[in-house]
Unconditional design. Structure first.
Ligand code: SAH
Length: 228
């Protein structure tokens, strides 16, 4: 049997976990042991009585920077050198997360994630510990924790056994380079709007064709960049 997918998260706010990941689909799967989550408080390796983790930026400027030695000590204390899981650093400078990468991560043994705060981490620790910067979008959050939850949630739902029907992943938006076709459910007529006839026709070939065309139309309208 394959070992269950495991996320190891380094953070200054371990209280934020599992948070929303402990509920609903991901929470049920967590309780069933389909995946695992452990958090490590970077502050446990902080300096001195006050367990300082940050200092002022070299060269001046606002904010504080997480120290390389502190973060490295935390990582080294908990991650075995032969741990092959990707080591990610949540960062607005990173490569934007896409479904393809989510699938890769979900298919692996899990992931190690560093969540930064303040201005981020000392640049030197990124290369020295082989951290891959990943962004969840072109905007700035106050910390990497919510970003890491986004990434973990996206991965966990793809782990075999987590979603009810294995099939429900494959047709979704971004899985085949297209956005998903529209969905409808009862009642057949609502506020004067009816469900497209074809969906009630029972003709599966015709339904599939309609859905393919709609997926293309919607992608062309909303995200023409995806078709390039
Ligand atoms: N000074 C940094 C921003 C720091 S925001 C800069 O300009 O690049 C504080 C932390 O929140 C970041 O270090 C990162 O861990 C997290 N974070 C902020 N925005 C993010 C995003 N879009 N994707 C992933 N992580 C993000």
């Amino acid at each position: 049997m394959r070992k269950s997918w495991r996320a190891s998260v380094f953070t200054l706010m371990p209280e934020m976990f599992p948070g929303p990941l402990g509920l609903s689909l991901s929470g049920d799967a967590l309780a069933r042991g389909l995946w695992g989550l452990e958090t490590f408080n970077i502050r446990d390796h902080g300096i001195g009585k006050h367990r300082n983790v940050d200092d002022t930026p070299a060269g001046g400027g606002p904010g504080m920077v997480i120290r390389a030695d502190v973060l490295a000590a935390s990582l080294d204390a908990h991650i075995a050198p032969d741990d092959k899981r990707p080591r990610l650093l949540m960062s607005p400078r990173g490569k934007p997360l896409q479904q393809r990468r989510v699938r890769e991560l979900a298919d692996s043994e899990g992931t190690i994630i560093v969540c930064a705060r303040f201005e981020g981490v000392d640049e030197r620790v990124i290369a020295a510990r082989g951290l891959e910067e990943i962004s969840i979008g072109d905007y700035v959050l106050s910390g990497g924790e919510i970003a890491s939850m986004v990434l973990i949630d996206a991965c966990v739902r793809l782990i075999p056994g987590v979603m009810g029907k294995e099939a429900s992943g494959a047709e979704e938006s971004h899985e085949n380079g297209l956005l998903e076709y529209p969905h409808y459910t009862r009642p057949r007529e609502w506020e004067g709007h009816v469900i497209p006839d074809v969906l009630l026709s029972g003709d599966h070939a015709k339904i599939e064709k309609w859905r393919r065309e709609e997926a293309l139309r919607i992608t062309r309208e909303k995200r023409p960049d995806l078709l390039k």
